[in-house]
Design a protein around this ligand. Sequence first.
Ligand SMILES: [Zn+2]
Length: 213
Amino acid sequence: MSVYRILHYPHVLLRKKSLPVVSFGPDLKTFAEHMTSTMYAFEGIGLAAPQVGILRRFIVVDVKTYLESEDLKDWHGTISLTIDGKPMPLAFPLSLVNPEIVRHEGEVEFPFDGCLSFPGVSKGGTRRYKFIELHAKTVDGKPIVLACDGIMSICLQHELDHLEGVLFIDHLKESADEDEVVEEIHDAEDDPATRKKLKKLKLVDARNEKFSF
Ligand SMILES: [Zn+2]
């Protein structure tokens, strides 16, 4: 299983709009597997295709650790999942193809937010919808409906933003200092322990895979 190199801010591709996935073949399934292993290798709770340089509307999420954390009890929320019209028990990781928010209610301010494209950066006060209903497809092309609030809703909104070239720093109540953010990322990149870890992972550039989906 490959682990992809994640693009860091301010990489130009992070600001591009992604195109819909059009082919639900084996390439998409392989990409989904590698995206999932990349998310886990970097200990993220979500990852969007443009973060590895692929401008397609695809995300993976796994908020299980957050849903099990007592400290985040107030953000557990409720999640309902339907696949192909049938209610399903929630299972992670979830791969979502061409996801779109079809309905939203309320607003919340999330006390901390971060992103795998912003290593070493954590900011509080991102404004998000409280509740969302999201429609997407599985990698097999089956329709998925997710209705949720809490951390799952926050995470999905964060990942969907990536497909529009929108980043979490755009949602801060008080705008972040651009130079400070870039400096924090450089510091994290230069950390010897991180460098050692990355070397071990033998990262692959997803853009060299020549996938078609
Ligand atoms: Zn992100």
